[in-house]
Every structure is written in C-alpha cells, then in structure tokens.
Design a protein around this ligand. Sequence first.
Ligand SMILES: CC(C)(COP(=O)(O)OP(=O)(O)OC[C@H]1O[C@@H](n2cnc3c(N)ncnc32)[C@H](O)[C@@H]1OP(=O)(O)O)[C@@H](O)C(=O)NCCC(=O)NCCS
Length: 123
Amino acid sequence: MRYFLAAKRDGDIVGFLMFVVWDIGPNDRDHPPVQMDGNTLREAKIIAFGVKEACRRQGIGRALQEYTLERAKALDCYQVRSVSDMDHPENHQLKLSMGFAVEPMERAEPSLAFIMPLSQIEK
Ligand SMILES: CC(C)(COP(=O)(O)OP(=O)(O)OC[C@H]1O[C@@H](n2cnc3c(N)ncnc32)[C@H](O)[C@@H]1OP(=O)(O)O)[C@@H](O)C(=O)NCCC(=O)NCCS
C-alpha cells in the first residue's frame, strides 16, 4: 500500500512525503520476512520527501516526518525506514535531530539508512 502526504499552506502544496507499507525483508532487500511471535513485521519505507525551497527551515519537513511516524504506528508498522544518498545532508540532519538510528550502507554509491522503531511512539 502506498501513502502520499501533502503539506499545504494557503492552498498551495509546500511539502510532500510518500511512503509504502510492506513486510520487512523481502521487498527491497533479498531477505526472508522478519517475524516476531510468529507474525511478519511490517515497515513504512519513505520513498520520496521534499519541501519547497522557499519554505525550508520552518518545521514543515519535521511535521511531515512526525505525522508519518504516527500514521505508521496506527498502521501497525514496527518501524519507519528510509535510505538517502550523500547528496542530502539537510535530510540527514533532520533525521538525526529527530532521533532516528543511522546505518552507513554499502551500495554502488555510499548512502545512509535511517530507522525509527515505533514501540516508543504514542498512537
Ligand atoms: C530535507 C528537507 C525535506 C527538510 O525540510 P525542512 O522543512 O526544511 O525541515 P525542517 O524545517 O523541519 O527542519 C527540521 C530540522 O532538520 C535540520 N535541518 C533541516 N535543514 C537543515 C540544513 N539545511 N542544515 C542543517 N540542518 C538542517 C535542523 O535540525 C532543523 O531544525 P532547526 O531548523 O530547528 O535547526 C528539505 O531540506 C528538502 O526538501 N531538501 C531537498 C530534498 C531532500 O533532501 N529530500 C530528502 C531525500 S530524497
């Protein structure tokens, strides 16, 4: 399932975030599903995220990320995850300032994975 969030100001879209909800493991990694107590765990994977240049540093990106955490929790996801290449330091700073865990990844290009477990997030 795919979800699209839009941040609006005065009727204009000033930011957006898209995520998918799927089983942890088999979808974008060649890995069997991860299970807990016999149930396959799901995640919200953020696949696109941006704020209009003129509207940055006003808290819109953080609000979109926080809403995603709440929605993912309500959708019974175990975690929220994203992967970002090294060209987006502002995205990295945002994720780190929110308390996401970070994992450098070995891919064709260096990149960082960010993961937030949802056990601590209130519904
Ligand atoms: C990443 C992005 C979405 C952040 O949106 P934003 O609305 O500007 O973010 P916020 O205003 O909510 O910032 C929250 C925090 O993130 C950090 N941050 C955001 N931009 C930063 C920057 N340019 N430099 C350093 N820290 C930054 C800060 O900690 C900031 O808190 P503060 O303003 O109180 O210091 C925006 O910069 C963007 O669209 N970048 C280009 C696209 C992109 O990188 N997309 C993600 C990867 S595909």
